[in-house]
Design a protein around this ligand. Structure first.
Ligand code: AMP
Ligand code: MG
Length: 409
């Protein structure tokens, strides 16, 4: 059976991100939050925009004050006061200084700022009590960024910090990739919606809700296609609809080897290329990955824990990459100490739901408290990380290190 890493390699090799020419929208700065840049950003503005002071103090000519000492202060004439936002009018001549405040524009003639703590002043005279360094406390125009250069590369996900930077250089309109369209449906005669009254033998379709929420968290646009009966005709119709309307299709259920598991056969009959049907992992062994021209298809297992573990392991990086993210789309691994005893049969790569706790500044993995059956979705409420036991490992004892997949990004 296919190893997890080989399944991942097959998927990653087939990922074609959205088209940089066709799939672009222009949005305002704030609406760019969590979107992905489709073009590099280049501003015409330098940052800082002007030479300015990093301190409250006095703008001086270094040559005037380089010998200053507390016992032998240099006395300068203060010719102007420059608060932030004010444009200086006077060129500083030898023997002169300007009162200046943090962020205010440096006056012509001055090259250095003496912080006010190293001065004493009265009326229009300042006593410089210590020699500064040349150009000390001056932030020069373009020190942090020079206009005309690439500021952010295409493929950057815009968080609060990037929004601030883009605002600072007045990039108010942003070219971002459109949201990835992800069709989602659930299969099974036993499924009902949360609103429908529950009859004996039925079960609520929780997978569709979870998958839609996960797609949204990743910046995608879920297209919820509902519940489909275990009926080849209905399944064929919904799959055709999904591939015509989405970039990525997620179904859950119907991919095992039971009598009612039709998905793989229907995909094949519709001309999909099926890359694999199972992966050597638990939970999540039945997993179908197929491609149509321009559309990827994941047939996730029906069990809620299996469906989500498969999503986190394979679909989450896929959505990030297809959406246009170029760096950091791959799973986020960490090595942490396990608080719990973790067990596996050693035959399948085993994913264990649990939570990262910060204990004295160090992350620890705590296994979720309930039964670890793949049908126990209640355990998901305690999960923000998955511990992974590779094939061949049957036990991780408390206090031992374990590899984990962090689920928040
Ligand atoms: P299947 O993969 O179709 O054989 O389903 C495996 C198990 O997962 C069965 O117990 C199903 O009732 C359950 N299941 C399937 N689909 C869903 C769903 N959408 N939401 C919650 N449970 C499901
Ligand atoms: Mg089923």
């Amino acid at each position: 059976m296919l190893l997890v890493k080989d399944a991942e390699a097959i998927i990653f090799n087939l990922l074609q991100p959205l088209d940089q020419k066709q799939d672009i929208e222009v949005v305002d700065l704030l609406n760019g939050h969590n979107r992905i840049l489709a073009n590099p950003v280049i501003s015409r503005l330098d940052f800082p925009h002007w030479d300015n002071s990093a301190m409250d103090g006095f703008a001086v000519r270094y040559g005037d004050v380089k010998e200053a000492r507390a016992e032998n202060p240099i006395i300068l004439e203060v010719v102007e006061e420059i608060p932030a936002g004010y444009q200086p009018k006077i060129t500083i001549q030898p023997g002169q200084a300007a009162r200046i405040f943090t962020g205010a524009v440096m006056p012509a003639g001055a090259d250095t700022v003496v912080m006010q703590e190293r001065t004493r002043w009265e009326e229009n005279r300042v006593f410089i009590l210590a020699a500064p360094q040349f150009q000390e406390f001056v932030r020069h125009q373009g020190d942090f960024y020079q206009g005309g250069n690439e500021l952010l590369p295409s493929g950057t996900r815009l968080t609060a910090t990037e929004i601030a930077v883009l605002g600072a250089v007045q990039c108010n309109k942003l070219s971002v990739f459109r949201r990835l369209r992800v069709a989602i449906f659930s299969t099974g005669d036993e499924l009902v919606t949360p609103e429908q009254s529950l009859q004996p033998g039925q079960i609520v379709d929780s997978n569709q809700l979870a998958l839609a929420a996960l797609v949204r968290e990743l910046g995608g646009e879920p297209l919820m296609l509902g519940i489909v009966k275990d009926d080849p005709k209905a399944l064929g119709e919904i799959i055709q609809y999904a591939i015509a309307h989405a970039d990525l299709v997620l179904s859950s259920g119907g991919v095992s080897v039971g009598d009612y598991d039709y998905i793989d056969g229907i995909l094949a009959s519709l001309g999909a290329e099926i890359h694999f049907r199972a992966v050597q992992m638990r939970p999540g062994k039945p997993l179908t990955f197929a491609t149509f021209p321009n559309v990827l298809y994941f047939g996730l297992p029906g069990n809620p824990v299996s469906a989500l573990v498969s999503f986190w392991r394979f679909v989450q990086p896929t959505i990030k990459r297809l959406s246009g993210i170029t760096e950091g789309y791959k799973p986020m691994w960490m090595k942490v100490r396990s608080r719990s005893e973790l067990k596996s049969n050693g035959k399948l790569e085993t994913y264990i739901c649990g939570k990262l706790h910060l204990i004295d500044g160090v992350y620890e993995f705590h296994q979720a408290g309930g039964n670890h059956s793949s049908g126990n979705l209640i355990n998901l409420t305690q999960t923000n990380a998955l511990a992974i036991l590779p094939v061949g490992t049957t036990l991780v004892s408390p206090q031992q290190e374990v590899l984990i997949l962090a689920l928040r990004y």
